[in-house]
Design a protein around this ligand. Structure first.
Ligand SMILES: C[S@@+](CC[C@H](N)C(=O)[O-])C[C@H]1O[C@@H](n2cnc3c(N)ncnc32)[C@H](O)[C@@H]1O
Length: 273
């Protein structure tokens, strides 16, 4: 079972909440119907092409969306995840093209120098010990190999309406998303060289009024930010959004819900010798 914990306010008291990926596995891929994030696939394919990598590992592979996207003849794809539920969904998708393993990022069950490319998409912030994962990635990579870490940059409060309406979500993200500078330090400390970072995808959406209620990202089970807050905090946020929409409709002054998020790729190389 893969469970991520987080703290949130409930009735004036801090309480511990969990994201249980086994429970949300069946619904997880709905996010890709709503937002296919094609630039992530393109960025990974460009790196893979440059490296000519034949053995590739995705850590925190979830439902196998990116494993399926990157599958190619003469390329061996491997996926590792801590959630059996997510892996079962992945199995149905990539059974013939990828080898899946149940395990933890902090303790990769592979021999040293097993892969030419290791990548992580939207998962690093879930790992309990991110630095330990980075040294594990360094260990399982071959000389000349590379690690790509793809995910959201630490967000600004005004960038996402979710932070404005759902108490605790901003604090949760601030605590779990490492800055580019911190990641660069961790990668260098683990022995990686030539650490590059670039924005590969920008989400810039505005939903006006009632349209926000169709956003898949305000469903509690679709978004880890919302899965990590209490039911009470979640329901309060939904009530606030409905009230803002009702006010806008009553006054004729439209209300806009913004999502301005950047997805960054950090690419770090293992020295040849
Ligand atoms: C947001 S999902 C991303 C899945 C996939 N990479 C994608 O982009 O669709 C995060 C995944 O990380 C996995 N995960 C969380 N902690 C983990 C750990 N310590 N080791 C391995 N996987 C972990 C979860 O089970 C989940 O499948």
């Amino acid at each position: 079972m893969s469970v991520e914990t987080g703290w949130s306010m409930n009735g004036g008291r801090m309480q511990l909440y969990r994201v249980n990926y086994d429970e949300i596995a069946a619904e997880y891929d709905r996010r890709y119907q709503a937002s296919p994030m094609k630039p992530v696939g393109s960025a990974l394919k460009t790196v893979l092409g440059g490296l000519g990598a034949a053995r590739v590992l995705e850590v925190g592979c979830g439902t196998g969306h990116w494993l399926a996207e990157l599958a190619a003849p003469r390329r061996e794809m491997f996926g590792l995840d801590a959630s059996m539920g997510m892996l079962r969904t992945a199995q149905a998708k990539v059974a013939s093209s990828a080898c899946l393993t149940h395990g933890r990022a902090e303790n990769l069950p592979f021999r040293a120098a097993s892969f030419e490319f290791v990548y992580v998409v939207n998962a690093l912030h879930h790992f309990e010990d991110r630095q330990r994962f980075i040294s594990e990635a360094r260990r399982v990579l071959t000389p000349g190999g590379a690690l790509a870490i793809i995910g959201m940059t630490p967000p600004r409060r005004e960038d996402w309406y979710v932070y404005e309406y759902f108490d605790g979500t901003y604090e949760i993200d601030t605590a779990r998303f490492a800055s580019r500078e911190t990641l660069r330090e961790w990668l260098t400390a683990a022995g990686f060289v030539r650490v590059e970072s670039r924005v590969i995808h920008e989400i810039n959406e505005e939903r006006v009024g009632r349209a926000v209620l169709d956003d898949v990202f305000i469903e509690k089970r679709s978004t880890s930010q919302l899965a990590l807050i209490s039911d009470e905090a979640y329901q309060t946020g939904i009530r606030r959004i409905r009230a803002a929409v009702a006010r806008a409709e009553a006054t004729g002054r439209p209300v806009t819900f913004r999502s301005r998020l950047q997805i960054v790729m950090l690419l770090a190389h293992v020295p040849m010798y």
